[in-house]
Design a protein around this ligand. Structure first.
Ligand code: C5P
Length: 207
């Protein structure tokens, strides 16, 4: 049988990461957060003190990246996400990372990112496009940060989210958009349980 690949795309702070983790556990599949791969490349450049526009250094970092050695704790920092969306516009860097993501997906997996259904795994069995309004996403991110004891202004977070959406949706190579055959899941009015249950219904219909 064809391996089960579940593709989950959506904008920053849409809840797609949490959803992907829950689905991977439920269907007993490995999970790859592909955003971490772009974050790891950006983090490496920052660590080396190199400008984020240095294409050949970014290519080297992408080639040297070991998917199994990514440190989520370090890479999840807000500034690294910002930097990641800058290296993510480079087509050669994308090609190197996409190859690694496809190897990961080969025997079945849940992948989440921006271009999984459109570019990385266009033949995925099920594609979900997870969204929520920018205000809802900013509110969730703000609550998370406040709960973690980090202070952040809602207005700044909202502005950052809108800037990142514009960069991810506006780039020439692999812009963020729903695949033709993606199921749209707007979680603006849903909590994680409701989103998980809606996603499961869609997936089970396609098994
Ligand atoms: O999802 P996350 O916020 O970790 O992604 C960080 C950045 O990496 C995104 O803003 C996007 O520019 C880039 N990215 C991408 N393609 C993916 C996953 C992430 O371009 N499949």
């Amino acid at each position: 049988a064809m391996p089960l690949i579940i593709a989950i795309d959506g904008p920053a702070a849409s809840g797609k990461g949490t959803l992907a983790r829950r689905l991977a556990a439920h269907y007993d599949l490995p999970h790859l957060d592909t955003g971490l791969t772009y974050r790891a490349v950006a983090h490496r450049l920052l660590e080396l003190g190199l400008p984020l526009e240095n294409v050949s250094a970014a290519e080297t970092a992408a080639r040297q990246l070991d998917l199994g050695a990514m440190d989520r704790e370090v890479l999840s920092q807000h500034a690294v996400g910002e930097a990641a969306s800058k290296v993510a516009v480079m087509p050669t860097v994308r090609r190197i990372l996409v190859d690694k993501q496809r190897v990961f997906a080969a025997d079945g997996a849940v992948l989440d990112g921006r271009d999984i259904g459109t570019v990385v795994c266009p033949d995925a069995r099920v594609k979900l496009y997870v969204t929520a309004s920018p205000e809802v996403r900013a509110r969730r991110r703000h609550d998370e940060m406040t709960a973690a004891g980090r202070d952040a202004s809602y207005q700044t977070i909202l502005a950052d989210i809108e800037k990142r959406d514009a960069r991810d949706m506006g780039r020439a190579d692999s812009p963020l958009k729903p695949a033709e055959d993606a199921h749209l899941l707007d979680t603006s009015q849903m909590d994680i349980e409701a989103a998980f249950s809606a996603a499961k219904t869609i997936i089970d219909d396609n098994l």
